[in-house]
Design a protein around this ligand. Structure first.
Ligand SMILES: [Zn+2]
Length: 219
């Protein structure tokens, strides 16, 4: 007698569970809401590293500034729920081929290379964002990055520039940009670029540009 009633009891529970499942499947909104949200993967590429120091003026080494800004971008993106892969985490040499391979093999949604500009004089300053000519998604992404980094820092907006021979922006499958955060050759800008506060502002601008790019993307 006791066994039989417990069978009936289990049967009722099973029917109840199945009923719940049924309701969920029939309600498309509920099913959609329960779908796990896909994390977005961003590759951050601090330019140069190791023996390749990039531009150098006095004690300011481009490779160090690139890495410091990249770490700040990584931290902020992770805080907002993005997955982040860095092409280098420390002061080491990484070839351009390795950087592109890492981005393409990880199926990154966006690729951001971080550099500092250099020129013959010591007064030219401001931010530029470079992208591969003919890649429309990269151009759109470059516009967001350029606007937001200029806004966040108050730096001179030197606009977006299209190129046809930049290895990383040409060969990455993901929409990609190369941000020239400022001129290491400018006496005025070099001290800003070396400061923690200014680097934070650049990082904020890059993260905001990434957010706006995804918000504008047609679903
Ligand atoms: Zn560089």
């Amino acid at each position: 007698m006791r066994k039989k009633s417990s069978f009936i009891y289990i049967g009722l529970i099973l029917m109840g569970v199945m009923g719940l499942l049924n309701i969920e499947v029939k309600n498309p909104n509920q099913v959609y809401a329960q779908k796990p949200t896909m994390k977005k993967l961003i590759v951050i590429d601090p330019g140069h590293g190791g023996r390749d120091v990039g531009a150098i003026v006095d004690e300011a080494l481009e490779k160090h500034i690139n890495l410091q800004i990249a770490h700040k971008v990584k931290y902020k993106l992770s805080q907002q729920g993005y997955d982040v892969v860095m092409t280098r985490e420390q002061d080491e040499e990484v070839s351009l081929e390795q950087r592109v391979k890492l981005s393409n093999e990880s199926n990154a949604q966006l690729f951001v290379s971080i550099h500092q500009n250099a020129i013959e004089d010591n007064v030219t300053h401001g931010i530029e964002t470079w992208f591969e000519s003919g890649k429309s998604a990269s151009k759109q992404f470059a516009q967001f990055i350029q606007e937001q980094t200029s806004l966040a820092t108050g730096a001179k907006n030197r606009g977006i520039k299209d190129y046809t021979s930049l290895y990383v922006t040409r060969n990455t499958h993901a929409p990609s940009v190369l941000v020239e955060c400022g001129f290491i050759t400018s006496d005025y800008e070099r001290s800003l670029l070396s400061s923690d506060r200014y680097q934070e502002e650049i990082a904020e601008g890059i993260v905001e540009g990434i957010n706006l790019y995804f918000q504008s993307e047609p679903i």
